[in-house]
Design a protein around this ligand. Structure first.
Ligand SMILES: *Cc1c(COP(=O)(O)O)cnc(C)c1O
Length: 436
């Protein structure tokens, strides 16, 4: 396998010593790939709303000898000896999670967001039981009962959407569905939801029909921690979240619950679904939670939203059609139908220009999911680099130029924007990346 050239024509940065000397010596091929990814992350404008840059501290914690330990069970109740230190690591993460999200109980062991959600099904449902979640093409997640996911084949998935006129969830629709179908589980939250989630409204519906309410805040956990989005506590029975999106931790997940559901959720994660927890990840989650409790992080979370709002305004001023008309959080969903180009073609051209987004369906999309009408744009990663609202006009201008260029096949504009992106990125070094 050859390393893909990222910057044809640009010399590789010269180093006096490799950043990862042991890796470079043992496996130069793999080391070169990591170096290449590091450069790609340094000199592109990353607008994928689920991505971020973790701190150097989080990176260090996730690369530790904690990786060498097996610790099936929970602190104080393990199936392996030698847990004198690991128990303390996991307890730190659990206590920090409970304090930050103001929930009674936290389980920090789920390997990622999808297995965390599967554990929730295992905890509360029998195969064939009903689950009500947001439809995938409306902004929901696969694991909320969508058909191609195990959660939609082993369980009966019922779906709500967003209103065609507002692009927002209609709680009357959710309530009608819940009353008619009496699902055991209701999910709120999603992956392409640009608006605030009304946890209290969902909780009222769940209470009325006797369902367990799961707030899946994978995307917005960092905004909640920083006070830039309302909290699901005390409304949700279970809060499910990844730790690697706006929360800016390692790839992992957590399930937070009320005292009532603590044991059920713990049993579902282990031994129900998983074996040994990834202790190096638990350690890095603990570090990320400490960082997320600091005033700097609250400022970060608010800046993420301010940047998304500013970018939304600038895009709208350039004729972009934004689902729901804008954003309350970290992400924007742009319907490119009026621009005469598909989401995939636009996303590929933006990638060539060093602007990384993903193609995405928009609600009521007439196109197919592998080449939908929209692109999804988010501000968490650029905000971690210290890029502020004043730069959003430039970013929107680049997106506008490249989307037009994608339609007309104007590759020279794409190349010109690529150079401008590189120049801006040089002015805003990314956290956690080793110097070139
Ligand atoms: C990202 C995400 C997940 C899944 O997380 P993975 O770690 O990718 O498995 C679950 N739910 C929502 C709402 C998400 O955005």
């Amino acid at each position: 396998m050859a390393v893909q050239p990222i910057d044809a024509g640009r010399p590789a940065p010269t180093r006096t010593a490799p950043n990862r000397p042991a890796l470079a010596a043992a496996d130069p091929e793999l080391a070169a790939l990591v170096d290449a990814e590091e450069r790609l992350q340094a000199d592109t404008l990353r607008l994928i709303p689920s991505e971020n840059y973790v701190s150097a501290a989080v990176l260090e914690a996730s690369g530790t000898v904690l990786q060498n330990k097996y610790s099936e069970g929970y602190p104080g109740k393990r199936y392996y000896e030698g847990q004198q230190v690991i128990d303390q690591v996991e307890t730190l993460a659990v206590e920090r999670a409970k304090a930050l999200f103001r929930m009674d109980h936290a389980n920090v062991q789920p390997y990622s967001g999808s297995p965390a959600n599967l554990a929730v099904y295992l905890a509360f449902l029998e195969p064939g039981d009903s689950v009500l979640g947001m439809a995938l093409p409306m902004g929901g997640h696969l694991t909320h009962g969508w058909g191609v996911s195990a959660t939609g084949t082993w369980f009966r998935g019922l779906r709500y959407g967003v209103r065609r006129d507002t692009g927002r969830v209609d709680l009357d629709e959710v309530r009608d569905l819940a009353r008619a179908e009496r699902p055991k589980l209701i999910f709120c939250g999603g992956t392409a939801v640009p608006r605030t989630i009304d946890f209290e409204g969902f909780a009222e519906i769940a209470r009325e029909v006797g369902a367990v309410l799961v707030a899946d805040v994978a995307h917005i956990a960092g905004l909640i921690a920083g006070g830039a989005h309302p909290s699901p506590a005390p409304h949700a029975d279970v809060v499910s979240t990844t730790t690697h999106k706006t929360l800016r931790g390692p790839r992992g997940a957590m399930l937070l619950t009320t005292a009532e559901h603590a044991k059920t959720i713990d049993r579902a994660v282990f031994p129900g679904l998983q074996g040994g927890p990834h202790n190096q990840t638990t350690a890095a989650i603990a570090v990320a939670l400490k960082e997320a409790a600091e005033p700097d992080f609250a400022a970060y979370a608010h800046q993420v939203v301010a940047n998304a709002r500013a970018l939304g305004d600038e895009l709208a001023a350039r004729g972009f059609d934004l689902v729901s008309g804008g954003t309350d959080n970290h992400l924007l969903l742009a319907d490119l139908t009026s621009k005469g180009v598909s989401g995939k073609i636009a996303a590929k051209a933006l990638d060539r220009a060093g602007i990384v987004v993903n193609h995405n369906t928009v609600p009521y999309d007439p196109r197919k999911p592998f080449d939908p009408s929209g692109i999804r744009i988010g501000t968490p990663a650029l905000t971690s680099r210290g890029i502020g609202a004043a730069e959003m006009g430039t970013v929107a201008q680049w997106i506008g130029l490249v989307v037009d260029a994608a339609r007309t096949g104007d590759e020279s504009t794409v190349s010109k924007v690529r150079e401008e992106v590189r120049t801006m990125m040089e002015a805003y070094p990314a956290p956690g990346l080793l110097p070139a």
